[in-house]
Ligand binder design. Structure first.
Ligand code: SAJ
Length: 437
């Protein structure tokens, strides 16, 4: 990498993987003054970005990408080119047995190995099982025996390799990429220092230097911690339904304890992170992770609990029209990946036919799984006027804004607790259902 001490000389940066993390990262690094070469396997993604446009939804990303592309600071292609810093931000899915798949990471390693030169810095950002950064190092060492790789011998390595995960929240990515603290996990301390120099170009949060394995585990631990705590909230909501209690009231009161912070029940856990990353820990230590594994079961089980509650409510009101409010995996974004709301809505649509409508302000059309159902995408006003049962599946601001006067006469199953002013006597007891969420 170019002289880290000469602040006027910014490194040329190659970002491999231009998705939800790679593209915002490439754009922010370009805005910091680096010449950035983005690489993606999809020609459509490459062409979109080179037009100064974006293929994903993220607040303010369109303006930023348009600016850095028009200034020639960001260019995309399907091929890697020689640079000083290589950031790998490709997917790390899991297979049917919840075993992590790092093939995209290794493919990225294969692509960058031929163009590496002495002084270059390789950084893996993708959420990965512990040991992946060392596997990447071994791949590069095999592909490039002429380069001294870190952590293999006592000699000073020619290149540095580190693991530096992101921890951004969709919808706030640009802000959090800049301001959040960051783990900088080097295969050696020297590697970490090289990566630290790069991140100090655009990270205002504290960059905490550590080893690559600790950084890999930290990322998984952060998301597993959240999944376990969401599972506790979801289990409470199922207990409340069983006991006829108002889970929102119980959590509101419990959280007034100075050291209690119970999270929010929902229809299950969606997205490509919280529902996935805990499995990386379980896969690495299957005998030592009963809690993490069970929490995954509770959160996935909540989806089916919500479906059962909905089916009972709808069946108890023959002829009533139903509006499923929301398909996204979380509030105010258009990301529908692994969304529990989608599964609930399509299950109801398949069972109750034309009675079921869907409201999703962030969708222009229904996802493909609704093909063959009679479900219809409508807006919230039509839902309020033409349906009798409202099932809140996503806490979009647009739904929160519906005043009590416009929904008091409806039967409401609020899985997100956005309408706590809804009369509890909204007919739910008639079926013995306490629709606590
Ligand atoms: N959820 C609940 N109840 C809650 C919080 C969340 O039901 O109290 C649900 C959400 O509705 C959603 C799912 O859990 O379906 C995940 O939502 P999330 O808010 O945890 O967010 P993600 O998956 O978009 O982002 C997480 C974040 N990790 C943590 O908060 C520890 C983010 O910082 C990570 O960078 C991201 O995963 C990631 O990329 O790993």
């Amino acid at each position: 990498m170019k002289s880290p001490n000469n602040s006027s000389v910014k490194p040329a940066v190659c970002v491999v993987g231009l998705g939800y993390i790679g593209l915002p990262t490439a754009a922010i690094v370009a805005r910091a003054g680096c010449r950035v070469h983005g690489v993606d396997a999809s020609q459509h993604v490459v062409d979109t970005i080179n037009r100064g446009e974006i293929h994903i939804e993220e607040v303010d990303l369109d303006g930023l990408v348009q600016g850095v592309v028009s200034r020639g600071l960001l260019k995309a292609s399907t091929k890697v080119v020689p640079c000083d810093v290589f950031v790998i931000a490709v997917p790390t899915p899991f297979d049917a047995n919840h075993a992590p798949d790092i093939s995209y990471v290794l493919a990225a390693g294969e692509a960058i190995a031929p163009v590496l030169k002495v002084g270059d810095c390789v950084i893996l950002e993708s959420t990965s099982p512990v040991g992946t950064t060392e596997a990447l190092r071994d791949l590069i060492a095999t592909a490039r025996p002429d380069l001294k790789c870190p952590g293999l011998t006592g000699e000073t390595p020619d290149i540095s390799i580190s693991y530096c995960p992101e921890r951004v929240l969709p919808g706030k990515i640009l802000e959090e990429l800049t301001n959040n603290d960051r783990s900088i996990g080097g295969i050696t301390p020297r590697c970490a220092r090289k990566a630290l120099t790069f991140y100090k170009l655009f990270v205002r949060g504290t960059c905490v230097v550590t080893d690559s394995r600790s950084a890999e585990m930290t990322k998984l631990v952060e998301n597993a911690y959240r999944d376990v705590n969401i599972a506790f909230a979801n289990e409470l909501s199922m207990v409340a339904d069983h006991m006829g209690l108002d889970v929102w009231e119980v959590i509101r009161l419990a959280n007034r304890h100075p050291r209690v912070n119970i999270l929010t029940p929902g229809p299950g856990v969606g997205g490509h992170c919280i529902a996935v990353d805990p499995w990386f820990i379980v896969h690495g230590a299957p005998e030592q992770t009963p809690l993490i594994r069970t929490a995954r079961g509770v959160n996935d089980g909540k989806i089916h609990h919500v479906i059962a509650q909905c089916e009972a409510l709808i069946a108890a009101h023959p002829g009533a029209k139903v509006a499923c409010l929301g398909l996204a995996f979380k509030a105010n974004i258009d990301d529908f990946r692994e969304s529990p709301a989608r599964l609930v809505a399509v299950t109801l649509a398949r069972k109750f036919g034309a009675r079921v409508k869907v409201v999703e302000p962030f969708a222009a059309e229904l996802p493909r799984e609704f093909a063959g159902t009679e479900a219809e995408l409508i807006d919230i006003d039509t839902a309020l006027e033409e349906t009798q049962i409202l099932i809140v599946l996503v806490d979009h601001d647009q739904f929160k804004a519906v005043p009590l006067a416009e929904r008091a006469g409806h039967l409401v199953y609020d899985t997100r607790g956005i309408w706590l002013d809804q009369p509890r006597g909204s007919g739910a007891e008639a079926e013995g259902l306490r629709l606590a969420g």
